[in-house]
Design a protein around this ligand. Structure first.
Ligand code: NA7
Length: 538
């Protein structure tokens, strides 16, 4: 059974999938989208946990391609919370008339490339599709890690995984709550839960660096100004390292004296946001000395905020700052001055089991009414490998990626013709403002498909040599930085047994865009383009 015959099937209805559906339609393709969730929104559909908020400023975390969307949508805060971003994506799907081609509550289980016909046979839990092109817009942080702790089934209270937070409100008021995990998610949950829970126990294995958001209502005049100047703002973001419109640093940390460095960091801290410190110096992520100055500045801030010196010490990270995604908070470190918040060091005394009454570590049992798991994701590869993907000759993606992911441009995989990944491993997506990376990826693949159609071509496939070179290029760029040294999800260190390969492209959005454009200009260098071997009427 071949199922619905399409030019393109898009999987996932987050920012990337919605834009892909829109762009593919615009180049004349019969396209549809399938989405596992009961609504559109992707990350912002699933992550409904208390405090969920974007770490990129709202005015930069929106689509740029549609003047209508830009004119009509008003953000209310400097950093938008999850409900507002979800409402924005629902609004975008509605305005772009996407819903008629979206199948919700539909999970792709397998996809096989039919070499004879040059088409993908895609199986979902609600029917099959037969598509020329397959676009996996499945996200990077969409496969949550299941809680690995023994005894959870016997816990008498309630428990939640942040990325599967229920739609119905969860009342944490007056409860004894335990949060496991202190990444971006944990920090957000902890900060808002501290104010409502009776007692909050934070189970921390590794502390993280967090910068102040200085969040607040968005000044209407500023928003008008951003709308007026949006094209140049986005142009700057697209060419910047992290996809945000800040001028690139010009000096190395050693080029300035200690006093000037401190002044620059103080200025960044006062401005706030994910790049508060990292935008100060060119060598922040590559030089031990430069990085250490930023790390120590942050630890000093923590010591200045948290009154209990032992707690401040426990909250002080030791890894290179910025080599795990820096967190952004609204009063995170301050919550540890509250009498109802308790930091539990599970590095020195690990969690041994969940008991019917709570969490038992090697040191003590903590009685809890609610446990929140903010323990992260099988990042970057998980969402792709969740699907049983088989390319040319039946080769399985799981086998091809057994020693770590391999892509060409982060967009394609050798032996998997007509398959496009959006923000896949080998792309700068996760190190950047995702929306900027997503628009670039989708524009590139849609332009590629349009040019194939114009030339009567039906099949595109990365060569193994081009893939090999790209993998080496990504590794070489990373090797010149401090990034691979951290035990981060960028390198697969957060999932037991996962290959330790540094996955993102660290060269920055601007350089990546130029490299992708150059490949296209050179007639899609590194790809084989052809007609399908056989034509059938389907
Ligand atoms: P992260 O950044 O992967 O953080 C997960 C946290 O959970 C982190 O503190 C982990 O400690 C902790 N963790 C994970 N597994 C365990 C176990 N088994 N026991 C105890 N603690 C554990 O995920 P987030 O959801 O916070 O953020 C992901 C991205 O979303 C973020 O980078 C932003 O881009 C947005 P560890 O560090 O492993 O010791």
């Amino acid at each position: 059974m071949r199922g619905t015959r399409l030019d393109a099937l898009v999987v996932g209805a987050g920012f990337s999938g919605l834009y892909a559906l829109h762009r593919l339609r615009a180049v004349g393709l019969a396209a549809r989208l399938v989405e596992r969730g009961g609504g559109v929104g992707g990350t912002w559909y699933w992550n409904r946990y208390p405090g969920a908020r974007c770490d990129i400023e709202s005015v930069d975390y929106q689509f740029s391609f549609s003047p209508e969307l830009l004119a009509e949508w008003q953000w209310t805060e400097r950093y938008a919370a999850q409900p507002e971003i979800l409402a924005y994506l629902e609004f975008a799907a509605d305005r772009l008339d996407l819903y008629r081609d979206i199948e919700l509550s539909t999970s792709v289980t397998s996809a096989r490339y039919d070499e004879e016909r040059g088409r993908w046979q895609v199986t979902t839990d609600r029917g099959d599709h037969d598509a020329r092109f397959l676009v996996l817009a499945v996200g990077n942080l969409s496969t949550p890690k299941p809680p690995p702790f023994p005894g959870l089934e016997r816990f008498a209270g309630e428990w939640y995984v942040t990325a599967r937070w229920p739609e119905e409100p969860v009342d944490l008021r007056g409860k004894r709550v335990g949060v496991i995990g202190t990444g971006s998610t944990g920090i957000q949950v902890i900060t808002v839960t501290a104010a409502v829970a009776d007692e909050l126990w934070v189970f921390q294995r590794t502390p993280n660096y967090s910068m102040p958001a200085h969040n607040g209502p968005l000044d209407p005049e500023l928003q008008r100004e951003v709308k007026r100047t949006f094209a140049s703002r986005r142009h700057m973001a697209e060419r910047a390292e992290a996809g945000v419109p800040f001028p690139a640093p010009e000096k190395a940390a050693r080029d300035v004296g200690e006093e000037e460095r401190r002044r620059m960091y103080e200025e960044g801290w006062a401005r706030g946001g994910i790049n508060s410190l990292s935008y100060a110096f060119t060598d922040f992520h590559s030089d031990e000395f430069a990085n250490a100055t930023g790390a120590e500045f942050t630890r000093e801030k923590i010591r200045g905020i948290v009154r209990d010196a032992d707690v401040a010490e426990l909250l002080s990270p030791a890894h290179h700052i910025g080599t795990k995604r820096t967190c952004v908070d609204t009063g995170y470190y301050e919550v540890y001055n509250r009498p109802n918040v308790h930091l539990v060091d599970i590095r020195s005394a690990p969690i041994e089991e969940i008991t019917p009454r709570g969490i038992r570590t090697a040191a003590a049992e903590h009685e809890l009414d609610v446990i929140v798991f903010a323990i992260g994701f099988d990042a970057m590869t998980g969402p792709f490998l969740d699907i049983d993907l088989r390319g040319r000759g039946g080769v399985m993606l799981r086998e091809r990626w057994a020693d770590g992911p391999r892509t060409y441009l982060g967009l394609t995989v050798a032996a998997f013709p007509n398959l496009f990944l959006v923000t896949g491993p080998g792309s700068p997506g996760v190190l950047s403002n995702m929306v900027v990376s997503i628009e670039q990826h989708v524009d590139w693949l849609a332009d590629c498909i349009a040019s194939m159609r114009a030339g009567g071509l039906e099949v595109i496939e990365a060569t193994p040599e081009a893939e090999e070179e790209w993998v080496a290029h990504v590794a070489e760029l990373a090797g010149a930085t401090l990034y691979p040294q951290a035990g981060s999800w960028y390198v697969g260190a957060n999932v037991p047994g996962k290959p330790r390969v540094f996955m993102p492209y660290v060269g920055g959005c601007g350089r990546y865009r130029a490299e992708c454009d150059e490949v296209a200009r050179a007639g899609y260098r590194g790809f084989l383009l052809s007609r399908a071997r056989q034509f059938t009427s389907g």
